[in-house]
Design a protein. Structure first.
Length: 239
């Protein structure tokens, strides 16, 4: 619990300070989550000492999975699980924290959807690629893009953890920090799309199918879900 002081004007001799209790349970939850995230990253580092180098090369080098494996660039499966879990937790914590300061009156259902949105989006990307690859018979596409999706999530999770660790202790910059976190998320989302399209095109998939997939399986379903869950808020934003 935290105590905040309130001063009431009166005569100089009779000034009274009244202490009002204010709940800070959300602070304990966030700090515990940050500590757990650090433990997950540490466990990943202990499991594979060169994990950050592997992630950096896999994220920013335009090489296929097979090429990376030939060059010895391979992530340990348990390390990957640790960092994926860390990504899900830290992105959820960020949304939970920003929602605490939001003036928008979201209900419990909407808050849960918002907090779990990065995890839901990650699972959705893995699912739709698997379905698309199964229908078209391009199993190489499934392996390539799903591995890329997981790697991007892991790298984004580490970057967001570092950003949020400093942002959390500087709440006066909450408005500016929100754009930093969102910008980081969008950057890795865009990089995933560019890398994914590059590798899929290299595998001989037509641009027509790439654009069709992007609209029908990525953009349109998300717009429909957002409209269903946040219909009132979207309507008010649009006037």
């Amino acid at each position: 619990m935290q105590l905040s002081g309130q001063f009431f004007s009166g005569s100089t001799a009779n000034e009274v300070m009244v202490l009002t209790e204010r709940s800070a349970n959300h602070s304990y939850i966030i700090i515990a989550a940050l500590i757990f995230c650090l433990l997950l990253v540490s466990a990943a580092r202990l499991r594979q000492r060169e994990v950050f180098l592997v992630l950096g090369q896999t994220t920013f080098f335009f090489q296929s999975i097979s090429e990376q494996y030939k060059n010895g660039i391979r992530e340990n499966p348990l390390t990957s699980i640790f960092l994926i879990l860390q990504y899900i937790i830290i992105t959820g914590v960020c949304i939970y924290w920003y929602n605490h300061f939001s003036l928008t009156d979201f209900n419990t259902y909407q808050t849960i959807v918002l907090t779990a949105f990065p995890a839901i989006l990650l699972l959705y990307h893995l699912f739709v690629i698997s379905v698309a690859g199964t229908i078209t018979g391009l199993k190489e596409v499934v392996l390539e893009v799903n591995q890329l999706t997981l790697v991007m999530a892991q790298t984004a999770g580490i970057v967001i953890l570092i950003e949020f660790f400093f942002i959390y202790f500087q709440p006066e910059f909450i408005t500016q920090s929100k754009f930093i976190i969102i910008g980081t998320f969008l950057f890795f989302t865009l990089l995933r799309m560019i890398r994914g399209f590059y590798h899929v095109f290299q595998l001989g998939v037509s641009w027509y199918y790439i654009i069709l997939y992007l609209w029908t399986l990525e953009i349109l379903p998300l717009l429909i879900v957002l409209k269903l869950v946040f219909n009132r808020e979207i309507s008010s934003w649009l006037g």
